[in-house]
Write a protein that binds this ligand. Sequence first.
Ligand SMILES: C[S@@+](CC[C@H](N)C(=O)[O-])C[C@H]1O[C@@H](n2cnc3c(N)ncnc32)[C@H](O)[C@@H]1O
Length: 253
Amino acid sequence: MSFDVAAEAYDAFMGRFSVPLAELFADEARLPHEGRALDVGCGTGALTGVLAHRFGETEVAGVDPSASFVDAAAARFPWADLRHGTAEALPFDDDVFAATLAELVVHFMTDATAGAREMVRVTRPGGVVAACVWDFARGRAPQSRFFEALRAVKADIDDESERFGAREHDLTTLLQDAGCLDVTGSELTVSVPFADFAEWWAPYTRGVSPAGAQLAALPPEDRERVRRHAHAAMGDGPFTVVATAWAARGIAP
Ligand SMILES: C[S@@+](CC[C@H](N)C(=O)[O-])C[C@H]1O[C@@H](n2cnc3c(N)ncnc32)[C@H](O)[C@@H]1O
């Protein structure tokens, strides 16, 4: 899968956005003041670190199917309980977490309904369950400008907009259907500065996520055409990329 890549490549790509998003997401989740917290699809630990600040280092757990990401997160947060696994079959007992969050993960789950039910199962009654996903559907993701350039070269692309979670109400519906109470939805917006076009472009060439994987699959001349389309659209820089995610939060029954 497109997340079996070096953690450093992910951090230079999506980490630029997911680290500031994690602070906003944790605020929006209105977390309890004590207990344990679980970061589902923890990746390299963007949200894990934020949860550790709020719950305490030894109170944080995470799970991710990417071995390289779990290893990187474990090196970064050796005190956290980080496990290899998926949202659809969380390797944790029932009712153990005060908060269970998934940042930028629902759209990658093979079965989001099962993943949400699992998040509820491991959360104690009254605990918080929350998820967020970039607004790919309205072109407000960090990669949206990249996908426009990719589409100019190749018609049939996965711009992630058809994935569940990328549309308004997907996540609130998901949590409601999983049995959560008092479900609310919101939008989270981050702004990330780039010194120049090269700094913005380079992470796309590392094969990370559907964006990087699709670029890597093109012949070199088409990759160069995508780069030129993107450069014409973005300019030389410096510029700031503004990205917005859908978020939903509910209470475990
Ligand atoms: C865009 S990254 C988000 C990582 C991290 N939460 C962050 O905000 O930086 C998506 C993550 O979801 C993980 N993932 C993919 N499928 C998953 C699944 N079925 N269950 C849990 N995590 C999954 C990937 O390995 C990857 O680490």
